[in-house]
Design a protein around this ligand. Structure first.
Ligand code: SAH
Ligand code: SF4
Length: 355
């Protein structure tokens, strides 16, 4: 039997991969589907609980694979109903996952999971707590999937179900492209959780090669691009990757994305008082996005320990929005969520476990 560090996490496999592994062992598709249903429809988290599984297959699975579910280390609840979970992974590293409920159409609350793609982040945006902690490692597909299963289970206990997933937790999803896309394939598999790809949003700081790869994918996930500045100099001051991928290049791949996918892009703009919230800057953004299928999400800065900036005041936020409206660009001010428990955008970070 393999020791636990060498075993494959069953949550890492797409259904096709699981089917191929079982075929190699001499088991047909029926068995793969049975395991898949147990994992994603019955949400079973132990091999010996998979109903009707052949004993020899169970034994082989136990020898080669494991089901790694993260442990909840801490859970906190905001006054606005947002929940934040600090989850401990198999190697002791920790990540944060957030559950939010937004008022949808007809007044119905829609549950949204904000998931992490990495432990920490290598991109170093100055105002972001995850960026301030630096990069530790990528998450595997299974570690991403397990966050969603965890939230789904929490909701099921309350008679609710998950609708939206946003990759806006810790890390840069397009820096961990393969694992993130494998997780998306698992989550949208029609024989499993069957989440709608159009309800999954990947948010990127502007990793150009990742946007290009996504453009070529048939799967219709949503794309959000964090901009924060409409000139190279202004972006670079806030988000270091802007040096590597200048605006002209970024906007060209965004334009290609909207045309090829026939989908608009959400542009995120963290509003920082006196830094990127003047009427001139709103005009510059309006000009930059003219002709593009775009929607702007304005996010007043959430406080983090490592950055001294202040959020833009409400009246200036609305003025910024009005200016964008003059260019015909729709925008939304992101409702602040979970600020009292540091679960807001850019507030997620975890201390390293003591050695
Ligand atoms: N790495 C991806 C996704 C995670 S961050 C990205 O950067 O897009 C999700 C969003 O939160 C991004 O738009 C990011 O710019 C924003 N954000 C980060 N720190 C923030 C803060 N302190 N206040 C408000 N928004 C913040
Ligand atoms: Fe990373 Fe996004 Fe934070 Fe920038 S804003 S440091 S890309 S998580």
């Amino acid at each position: 039997m393999k020791d636990s560090a060498q075993k494959t996490n069953l949550f890492d496999y797409t259904r096709d991969e699981l089917t191929a592994v079982l075929a190699e062992w001499g088991y047909g598709r029926f068995h793969a589907d049975q395991i898949w249903r147990a994992l994603y429809q019955q949400q079973i988290t132990a091999l010996n609980e998979i109903p009707g599984l052949r004993a020899d297959l169970r034994q082989q699975l136990a020898a080669e694979t494991a089901i790694y579910s993260p442990q909840t280390a801490v859970s906190s609840q905001s006054q606005d109903g947002t929940h934040k979970y600090l989850l401990r992974l198999a190697d002791g590293e920790t990540i944060e996952t957030v559950l939010m409920r937004f008022e949808g159409r007809e007044g119905k609350k829609r549950a949204t999971a904000c998931v992490s793609a990495q432990v920490g982040c290598a991109m170093g945006c100055v105002f972001c707590a995850t960026g301030q902690m630096g990069f530790t490692r990528h998450l595997s597909p299974g570690e991403i999937v397990a966050q969603v299963l965890f939230i789904q289970q929490t909701l099921a206990e309350q008679g609710d179900r998950l609708r939206n997933i946003v990759f806006m937790g810790m890390g840069e999803p397009l820096h961990n492209y393969d694992a993130v896309m494998t997780a998306v394939r698992i989550l949208t598999d029609h024989k499993g959780l069957a989440l709608a790809a159009k309800h999954i949003t990947l948010s990127t700081v502007g990793v150009v090669p990742g946007i290009q790869r996504l453009t070529a994918e048939p799967i219709p996930v949503r794309l959000a691009v964090s901009l924060h500045g409409a000139t190279d100099g202004e972006r670079q001051a806030l988000a270091p990757p802007a040096r590597r991928w200048p605006l002209a290049e970024l906007m060209a791949v965004c334009q290609a994305y909207t045309e090829r996918k026939k989908q608009r892009i959400f542009f995120e703009w963290t509003l920082i008082e006196g830094q990127n919230d003047t009427p001139e800057q709103a005009h510059a953004l309006g000009r930059l996005l003219t002709g593009m299928a775009a929607h702007v999400n304005l996010i007043p800065l959430n406080p983090t320990i490592g950055y001294e900036g202040q959020p833009t005041r409400r009246t200036a936020v609305y003025q910024f929005q009005t200016t964008l409206g003059q260019y015909g660009i729709p925008s939304t001010v992101r409702q602040q969520r979970g600020i009292d428990i540091a679960a807001g955008c850019g507030q997620l970070k975890t201390a390293h476990p003591s050695p």
